[in-house]
Write a protein that binds this ligand. Structure first.
Ligand code: SAM
Length: 248
């Protein structure tokens, strides 16, 4: 049956690809990918060789038409991005949208995503999380955007590029309570992987200690805001402990 397979690929460590993903990549009629060089490398690592169709941010609509034509010819097409899960801060969503509008079959094939990988190691116990992806680049817009998130009782997941990470950390400190916990996850699954958890107010010191900490790819996780109820609860516990201390 004609199908568009949306496949998650490694975010660093080449071994992080599922057997199912490899099987589909090996047997698909074609692979639509973001950067053909990156996907060629991945395929080479597994001894695969396939027709590649370049599908990036700027040609998604046209490529969608081409893929729809092929799918209507009963082909099986794989869709990948350079790293991680397509359509998550990556191209792919417009293609999937167009394919769905034609009532053609779409099947997701799960693989790594930097967001979920970082979240799993955060230790944050919030029940909810909110995926933000990249923040607005302009400082004023970034501040305004963060202001709106300040009271959100969910772990916030932010993607950041190395050349902007320090500026973003500054904005976070400006807007959020400096005592909020953050996890800085860099170079996940790679050689110099690090996940560091501290208070927002301690991030500048940590970054300054080693120039390498400012390099690589980053996911920033901010612990969710305390709800009004949590705050009341914390205050009640504080008063109770003072009172208990006074008891004979
Ligand atoms: N689609 C990808 C995913 O699902 O993970 C995200 C692609 S987005 C263009 C690239 C951003 O993802 C980076 O700037 C960084 O914030 C994050 N990222 C990707 N790989 C990473 C890694 N190995 N370690 C930390 N962050 C990573």
């Amino acid at each position: 049956e004609s199908t568009l397979y949306v496949i998650g690929t490694p975010i660093g460590n080449m071994a992080d690809i599922s057997l199912r993903a490899l099987h589909i990549l090996a047997t698909a009629d074609a692979i639509a990918c973001e950067d053909t060089r990156v996907t060629k490398n991945l395929l080479n690592a597994y001894g695969l060789n396939k027709d590649l169709i370049s599908a990036h941010q700027h040609n998604e609509r046209e490529v969608a038409e081409k893929l729809i034509g092929r799918l209507k010819n009963r082909e099986r097409i794989a869709l990948v991005s350079d790293a991680g899960t397509p359509a998550v801060s990556d191209p792919g969503a417009k293609i999937v949208d167009a394919v769905r509008k034609e009532n053609l079959n779409v099947v997701p094939v799960p693989g790594p995503s930097a967001a979920i990988t970082a979240l799993s190691a955060s230790g944050f116990t919030d029940e909810h999380f909110l995926f933000i992806g990249f923040l607005p680049v302009k400082p004023l817009q970034r501040h305004a955007f963060l202001e709106k998130l300040k009271e959100t009782p969910a772990t916030l997941i932010i993607y950041e590029a190395p050349h902007r990470v320090q500026e973003t950390l500054k904005s976070l400190i400006d807007v959020f309570e400096p005592s909020r916990q953050i996890v800085i996850a860099r170079e996940l699954t790679k050689l110099f992987e690090e996940t560091y958890r501290c208070r927002l107010s301690d991030t500048a010191k940590w970054m300054a200690e080693d120039a390498n900490r400012r390099k690589g790819e980053f996911v920033l996780l901010i612990e969710g805001a305390q709800t009004q109820m949590d705050k009341t609860d914390t205050e009640a516990k504080r008063i109770l402990s003072i009172l208990l201390d006074q008891l004979p």
